[in-house]
Design a binder for this molecule. Structure first.
Ligand code: ROI
Length: 160
């Protein structure tokens, strides 16, 4: 059994573009998984405290035989490898953030994971990259991602 999984990547500290490129390679090397594609890579304004650098954002699509919880362990260890700390300010700057946005059509809500990712429908740096990959993407709640763009402006986000 394999699932199509969309993973959001974000970084805004310490050479964020280089970090995102390395993280994409690391996602391509995940066990029991196949890297399918990546969206355009964007520069975006910070959501949250404004006194932090702009972000580099992208979304990757992989196909995996891992479970969501197995994949989550891998994405956490990739974040850790890039010096991610989990003690900073709420919504503060980060070296690397990997968010499992969608895991097939699965709905997961437990003490470790909430999938679809809770911020998905509000975040331009998630919605537009998702549409780069799959313009007709529909969420498990039946909402089409393209329909979300009418309420979510680009907010200055640009492909780099
Ligand atoms: N803002 C942007 N633009 N991109 C992100 O990836 C991002 N990630 C976050 C918060 C702090 C919410 N803001 C962000 O976790």
């Amino acid at each position: 059994m394999s699932e199509l999984v969309y993973i959001g990547l974000g970084a805004n500290l310490q050479s964020p573009l280089a970090t995102i490129k390395l993280a994409l390679e690391e996602l391509a090397n995940l066990p029991n998984s196949e890297f399918i594609t990546v969206s355009k890579i964007y520069s975006s304004k910070p959501m949250g405290p404004a006194d932090q650098p702009d972000y580099i954002n992208a979304v990757a699509l992989i196909k995996t035989e891992l479970t969501a919880h197995e994949l989550f362990k891998h994405t956490c260890s990739i974040e850790d490898k890039h010096g991610r700390t989990r003690l900073g300010e709420h919504w503060g700057a980060r070296t690397l953030d990997l968010d499992i946005l969608l895991f097939g059509q699965q709905l997961i809500n437990d003490e470790t994971l909430i999938i679809p990712h809770y911020g998905l429908q509000q975040r331009e740096f998630v919605i537009y990259p998702l549409l780069d990959i799959t313009p007709d993407l529909v969420l498990p709640c039946s909402t089409s991602v393209a329909a979300l763009t009418s309420n979510i402006p680009l907010n200055g986000m640009t492909p780099i």
